[in-house]
Design a binder for this molecule. Sequence first.
Ligand SMILES: [Zn+2]
Length: 324
Amino acid sequence: MTFDKTKFLLISVVSLATLASVAAIVPLRPYGVARRSLFAEERTPQPAPASLVSSTAKTAPLTTTAGTTETTTAASAPALTAPAAEQNRVYKDSLRWTFGGKQQRGWSIYVPLIQRLIGTDDDAASEGFAASLARWQKRAGLGASGVLDEATLMRMVSTWQSQRLKNRTYPQPDQLLTVPAAEFWDSSRAEDLRKVERQTYAAYKRMLAAAVADSSLQLASQGGELAASEKYLKIISAFRSREYQDRLRKLEPGAGRAALAVNSPHFTGRALDIYVGGEPTITKDPNRALQTETRAYRWLVRNAERFGFCPYFYEPWHWEYCAP
Ligand SMILES: [Zn+2]
């Protein structure tokens, strides 16, 4: 009798546990579990600085406590994602928001960075994207609507901005080295404008070697280095002294751009403008849209973090060496 009772209890517990894990997994399947684990491989092994960035890794084990919290979102997701996807299709090109004192329109330019942040490769107007976004919103303490509205976008912007270069020290002369002219986008660039902080340059060279070795990028190379004829991923601008930046600002007194340039970390020698297509450093939307479509830019979004580089979301060409 006692044995049977124990056996019955055991079976009940096991069945309940099975039911619970099925309930935890099943609603999540349609949103690409396989895709998420693939994505996890692309992520850096280094701990990410902001809590929201490591979110993909945190939610990966679906049957743990993280899985339990996700069940609630997933259960309500199917009803929400279709209209959310439709709303995202509209907002992607039309959402009004402000940045750098300037009216902005839509967020399609930032889709590669957004996909990386929320852990999906799904199209911005798809239900899968809306579902991934809803999970990120929940972790960020926002309403899990799956709609990329202004509040969500501003939270993403502050997440990206919080990851930027913290080391704002002015380099000593011996911390800078002069890069060969051939490694610059403009090979006629003057010698005093070809300086880069040493560690940043070493990391850049490691990153370049990986990019050259990746045949999907189809970069013209020679002996594992970028060929002289290749423009992609070459340095446009690196260290800019305070005096030089002051001169640049005086030459270009447009309020919006000047406001951005005042905070430019190029004086550290740890910020690199890297060629990713189009007009090298023009912030006009069509130019940035073109740049974020290039293989070179998309590769940087997925890989630069492994080499210690973090993006400045607004300028596809601007990368900072953020490693401590
Ligand atoms: Zn820059």
